[in-house]
Design a protein around this ligand. Structure first.
Ligand SMILES: Nc1ncnc2c1ncn2[C@@H]1O[C@H](COP(=O)(O)OP(=O)(O)OP(=O)(O)O)[C@@H](O)[C@H]1O
Ligand SMILES: [Mg+2]
Length: 454
């Protein structure tokens, strides 16, 4: 439903306009003065403002200017009883959509409003389209050719065409949000909005009002009606990030929206129908939370119709070179597409690092290196110390159980290093041997000793 804000100091006009345009199926919000109107413009999601020109205090012209500053995309129609043509011309120069003279003919007003709405819709849709194109969130934008990633792409392909709920899990920085975007922008809803909300970042009251919206006066500070994200996502997709953090009271409400596809705004009684595809993500184990009774089981099954697990970077070290190349290009200055090399010891450090922050951490490391490097080569000096340390310092506690005899411990370590070198060189023995600084025949001897088969 499209919403119109009507501003006039004369109550009669407000009543007449509200009745006239309300009957056309618009949702009407009114304000008696421009100051009130400004706070509504800030708060509410409006599709049109109709304002009187002459009002005590802030004038309609000033309101027009303010509105264009805070929400330039909302069309504004000016009304004037005292209108001289000059005033109207000035308003048009300040990007008013149109003006009407009081007293107005009902039909003419309705037509002007209808046209403004159509125009606004076009502008909005065009913007969504442009955003979709410029973001290019086809999974073509996701980098990685490893097996675990191929599995992810396959699932994205399978689910993007349907309306089924998808729960995306995986550790922090593994690209869960990218997966959600890929699903949305590859599916039939791509021209409609993808609306995200982080369920872990807000208090319960705020989260409820963000998700479901609120009516004017629903709580202190609710100066105007506000549409919730579910309403904004109508026809499109909502992405519930950190869904595992959702407080229990809201879990119940959310479940109802998912089941019935309808909701009431906070403080409201009117039932609003929505058509929304739900994607959610979590880096905590929601299944465990269900077992502990922190997360509702019925909601979990609703969200988790399809499950996509984003692999950690450690599970797909094969993708490190591709990702590095991708991020180098991303952070390379404008036109300079010079080739940049990484020293072999830098590659080694990148492979050896456990990457607790996953792709995001790798991205940050490359961004930093792109600032520091000189002469077309990235060296160990350009990496953060933590990365260099994993390579040079040997963490005995992590590698070897305590209380075992030294020769046995040395063998433990040797076996692990050989296995790691082989994995990192994709089982090419000559490379693994070279990285370990030994001959090929020696690595084969060790492999036999430790029963390592390829
Ligand atoms: N496969 C990928 N290819 C290219 N860039 C990626 C890939 N995966 C993640 N990234 C980049 O890594 C960063 C983190 O990704 P994203 O925000 O999607 O992770 P997340 O799983 O949602 O993390 P969190 O749980 O912390 O919210 C982003 O800048 C994203 O562009
Ligand atoms: Mg995220």
């Amino acid at each position: 439903m499209e919403t119109i804000l009507i501003v006039d100091d004369e109550k009669n006009y407000l009543v007449v306009l509200e009745a006239l345009l309300g009957a056309e199926g618009y949702e009407i919000v009114t304000a008696r003065d421009a100051k009130m109107a400004v706070s509504i413009i800030r708060e509410a999601d409006l599709d049109l403002v109709i304002t009187d020109m002459k009002m005590p205090g802030m004038s309609g012209m000033e309101l027009l200017e303010t509105c264009k500053k805070i929400k330039p995309e909302i069309p504004v129609i000016m009304m004037t009883a005292f209108g001289t043509i000059e005033m109207a011309v000035e308003a048009m120069k300040k990007h008013a959509y149109d003006y009407i003279q009081k007293p107005f003919e009902n039909e003419k007003l309705k037509l002007t409003v209808k046209k403004a709405m159509e125009n606004h819709r076009l502008v909005k849709e065009n913007r969504l389209l442009v955003e979709a194109l410029s973001d290019r969130f086809r999974y073509g934008n996701m980098v990685g050719k490893s097996k675990p990633m191929a599995k992810v792409y396959d699932l994205i392909d399978k689910v993007s065409g349907s309306k089924a709920s998808v729960l995306i899990t995986g550790p922090s920085g593994t690209g869960k949000e990218l997966i959600a975007k890929a699903i949305h922008y590859q599916g039939p809803r791509k021209k409609r909005p993808l609306i995200s909300i982080n369920c872990g970042a807000l208090t319960e009251t705020l989260l409820a009002s963000e998700l479901f919206g609120h009516e004017k006066g629903a709580f202190t500070g609710a100066v105007a009606m506000k549409k919730g994200r579910f309403e904004l996502a109508d026809g499109g997709t909502i992405f519930l990030d950190e869904v595992g953090e959702m407080p229990p009271a809201l879990q119940v409400k959310l479940l109802r929206v998912l089941q019935e596809m309808e909701l009431e705004r906070v403080g409201g009684t009117r039932t609003i129908k929505v058509d929304v595809r739900v994607l959610s993500a979590s880096n905590r184990n929601i299944k465990e939370d269900v077992a502990k009774g922190i997360f509702r089981e019925d909601l979990y099954y609703r969200l988790n119709v399809i499950h996509i697990d984003a692999p950690s970077l450690q599970e797909r070290t094969d993708d490190i070179p591709l990702l590095v190349k991708h991020f180098i290009e991303k952070f390379q200055d404008g036109d300079s597409k010079k080739k940049i090399e990484l020293r072999p010891e830098v590659w080694k450090a990148l492979y050896a690092h456990p990457w607790p922050g996953n792709v995001r951490e790798l991205e940050n490391v490359i961004e930093r290196a792109m600032v520091l490097y000189t002469g077309g080569v990235i060296t160990l000096d350009d990496l953060p110390k933590t990365l260099v340390d994993t390579e040079t310092q040997f963490d005995v506690e992590r590698f070897v159980p305590s209380h075992i005899p030294l020769p046995k411990a040395m063998e433990e370590i040797e076996e692990r290093l050989v296995r790691r070198a082989l994995a990192q060189s994709k089982n090419v023995q000559t490379h693994a041997a070279k990285n370990l600084g030994i001959t090929k025949s020696l690595i084969q001897h060790k492999m036999k000793k430790y029963n390592i088969t390829l």
